[in-house]
Design a protein around this ligand. Structure first.
Ligand code: NDP
Length: 283
């Protein structure tokens, strides 16, 4: 049998309710396009079985796996180490086998950063970030590591918002401010990038972010983590104000690109992966 007919490696996704995950199509499209005889499989894992599942993946020689909710934080004690940003944010979405070790990385924020860099390098820029949950934390940490000048965290829950702001100040030493979100937020005029890192807008194209859209200025980058729908109300409002909109699909594709790179060492074709993802989502 020729070498090319062997299945070379497995990676996977450990989640609950994994069925129909469109990222499977995206990752496998990359493997196929680059002639890699790899498979990416969904594995439904309960919280009680997580430790056994991680040991099993290691024993079976998996090159790595993704972790979705609710495993992003609880997987950490079962790993051999963490990358820099995963350690700072305390969450892992991508596990990579390096030698005989399983190392936890976080590619959500890196995916966002790469998507943002197609429009705007955040170095020296001022950012307003709505939200302080997992996605917002990942984005904030990566923006701080990339040299962002200032991050204003706007969040409804005081404790989560203050926690993220303290992390940015104390661990990453950047200028960070917390604003408790009450009523419509007015974006300061010197803001370069506005990001919705909340779940507002998911599956609801009419959902409105409490924000004074008149404070959005032409030229600002306005980004959304929401990728379903791709065109959110925030992005439509931002485009109408002359801002530069950035959709959440770019973050999703780029986090996948970085995972494939970590697992395989190749730089996968972004267009192939985005097309496969869009097809799987029926876009
Ligand atoms: P979390 O549950 O960890 O956090 C949700 C955040 O949204 C919190 O800050 C919460 O505020 C805020 N929020 C929710 N509803 C409201 C509301 N009505 N008003 C004000 N704030 C609100 O979720 P994640 O951070 O994991 O995910 C957030 C979104 O990001 C999801 O929709 C997810 O699909 C998307 N996502 C997209 C990715 C991509 O690749 N594009 C990757 C990862 C996530 P509070 O703290 O006050 O409760």
């Amino acid at each position: 049998m020729s070498d090319s007919s062997f299945l070379h490696a497995l990676v996977g996704s450990m989640s609950q309710g994994a069925a129909g995950n469109p990222t499977v199509a995206m990752i496998e499209a990359a493997f196929a396009h680059h002639g890699l005889h790899w498979r990416y499989i969904n594995m439904e894992v309960t919280p009680e079985d997580l430790a056994t599942a991680v040991r099993g993946a290691k024993a079976m020689g998996f090159r790595g796996f993704n972790c979705s909710l609710p495993h992003k934080v609880t997987v950490i004690p079962h790993l051999d180490g963490l990358g820099e940003s995963a350690a700072a944010m305390g969450a892992v979405n991508c596990v990579v086998r390096r030698g005989d070790q399983l190392i936890g990385e976080n590619t959500d924020g890196k995916g966002f950063l790469r998507s943002l860099q197609s429009l705007q390098d955040p170095r020296g820029k001022s950012v307003v970030l709505f939200g302080a949950g997992g996605a917002a934390r990942a984005i904030a940490v990566e923006l701080a590591l990339a040299g962002t000048r200032k991050i204003t965290v706007v969040n409804r829950d005081q404790i989560r918002g203050a926690e993220l702001t303290n992390l940015l100040r104390e661990r990453l030493h950047i200028d960070a401010e917390f604003v408790l979100w009450k009523g419509d937020y007015t974006v300061p005029a010197d803001t370069d990038v506005v990001i919705n890192g909340t779940s507002i807008g998911l599956y609801d194209p009419e959902a409105r972010i409490p924000l004074d859209t008149a404070s959005l200025r032409p030229g600002m980058v306005v980004a959304d983590v929401i990728f379903n729908p791709v065109r959110t109300r925030l992005l439509a409002d931002a485009a109408a104000r002359g801002c530069r909109p950035l959709d959440g699909l770019g973050m999703l594709v780029n986090q996948g690109i970085i995972c494939v790179h970590y697992w395989t060492g190749i730089e996968p074709d972004a267009a192939v992966m985005r097309a496969a993802l869009e097809a799987a989502m029926g876009l």
